[in-house]
Design a protein around this ligand. Structure first.
Ligand code: SAH
Length: 245
């Protein structure tokens, strides 16, 4: 089940942080490391700081965008020191986040996403997450080094897993499983088309779309519920536009 928990590092600047993050992961039994457009990788500094976690660094998957990194995940938690204006569900307590993450990881892939050293995650990247988490810290200075933030959250995940190791067997029927980020992405594309086709939106409107994305992220629709909604959208698309009298 820990194998279903992915750590995603977005555009890491210092390769040493990739190595330290891999070490932090391995000490907690995590092994799936995905790097989004790292500045320098592979790099000897990453390997040096990985110490006994060289296998994780060498096996890391490198992708171009965050959406590629998390397409197959049902829960994507962005780690952020600061609260953003986006209305995504937010975990104030990392142990609550870890309990939910471990629960979903029994049957599906999930991810914890970490931003770059200089400016964290962009709003657009947070838009690819389903939730946010902050590590409660000193209000006067609360920003951890990237690999240390990975360590703290990986430790919380391990603690949650030790308390409820459970079984790795899928516990939900396929239809009752949560939707992946990719399935939700297709749904939101469809919804945007219908909103523009119906005249509800006269042009793409990022804020409205983000609000609706946050609404559906909170609802955590199953695959069955999402296909019901897709069916509803398709039926609206088939309707003739109403003529003005
Ligand atoms: N200067 C950046 C912070 C970069 S620290 C900013 O102001 O946003 C690198 C990454 O470590 C962050 O993007 C975040 O994923 C993680 N991180 C650091 N401190 C954290 C905290 N208190 N809570 C959650 N994540 C944190």
């Amino acid at each position: 089940m820990l194998a279903n928990i992915r750590i995603v590092l977005v555009q890491t600047f210092h390769p040493g942080n990739i190595g330290s993050a891999a070490r932090a992961m391995k000490t907690m039994g995590l092994s799936d490391l995905t790097l989004v457009a790292p500045k320098a990788f592979p790099d000897p500094e990453a390997e040096r700081l990985a110490a006994g976690a060289l296998d994780l660094v060498q096996g890391a998957r490198v992708v171009e965008t965050l959406s590629d990194a998390v397409a197959d995940c049902v829960r994507v938690v962005g780690a952020s020191a600061r609260l953003r204006s986006l209305p995504l569900p937010h975990y104030d307590e990392p142990d609550d986040m870890a309990a939910d993450l471990v629960e979903d990881a029994r049957s599906d892939k999930v991810a914890l996403v970490f931003g770059r050293e200089r400016y964290g995650l962009t709003n657009d990247e947070i838009g690819h997450c389903s939730h946010q988490v902050s590590i409660p810290t000193n209000p006067d200075y609360g920003i951890l080094n990237l690999a240390q933030a990975v360590q703290v959250l990986a430790y919380e995940v391990r603690r949650a897993w030790r308390h409820h190791p459970g079984s790795d067997a899928p516990q939900r029927s396929p239809e009752d499983r949560q939707s992946t980020r990719e399935q939700l992405g297709h749904f939101h594309d469809h919804l945007s088309r219908v909103m523009q086709g119906s005249g509800f939106l006269t042009q793409p409107h990022a804020r409205t779309e983000k609000q609706l994305q946050a609404l559906f992220a909170r609802a955590e629709p199953t695959r069955k519920e999402l296909s019901l909604l897709r069916g509803l959208l398709a039926s609206l698309e088939r309707q003739e536009p109403k003529q003005e009298p």
